[in-house]
Design a protein around this ligand. Structure first.
Ligand SMILES: [Zn+2]
Length: 82
C-alpha cells in the first residue's frame, strides 16, 4: 500500500482490508498473507475523469466478492513465481 506523506511516498509492507479492516500479517516487513490490491485511474469517459482510486481486500473478502459474480473468475495455475 502506498501512503502519501507530504511529498514523500512511503510503501508499506502490510495492508489493511478496505472491506473488513483486517490487517494482513507480516513477519518484519515481509507479508505473510496475500491480498488483492486494486489501483484504477478513471478515464475521460467516466464520471471520475482523472481520479485515482486504490483499495485492498483480504482473501476472505475477495472470496465473498467473487462468489457473487454472474460469470465465474477465470482460473489457471502458476508454477513459477518471479
Ligand atoms: Zn477483508
Amino acid at each position: 500500500m502506498v501512503k502519501q506523506i507530504g511529498k514523500e511516498v512511503k510503501k508499506q509492507a502490510v495492508c489493511t482490508c478496505n472491506r473488513c479492516g483486517h490487517v494482513m500479517n507480516a513477519h518484519h516487513t515481509v507479508p505473510a498473507e496475500d491480498c488483492l490490491y486494486v489501483e484504477k485511474v478513471w478515464g475521460y469517459f467516466s464520471q471520475k475523469d482523472g481520479a485515482r482510486h486504490s483499495w485492498c481486500l483480504c482473501e476472505a473478502c475477495y472470496d465473498e466478492l467473487v462468489s457473487g459474480f454472474v460469470i465465474p473468475v477465470e482460473t489457471g495455475e502458476v508454477t513459477e513465481f518471479v
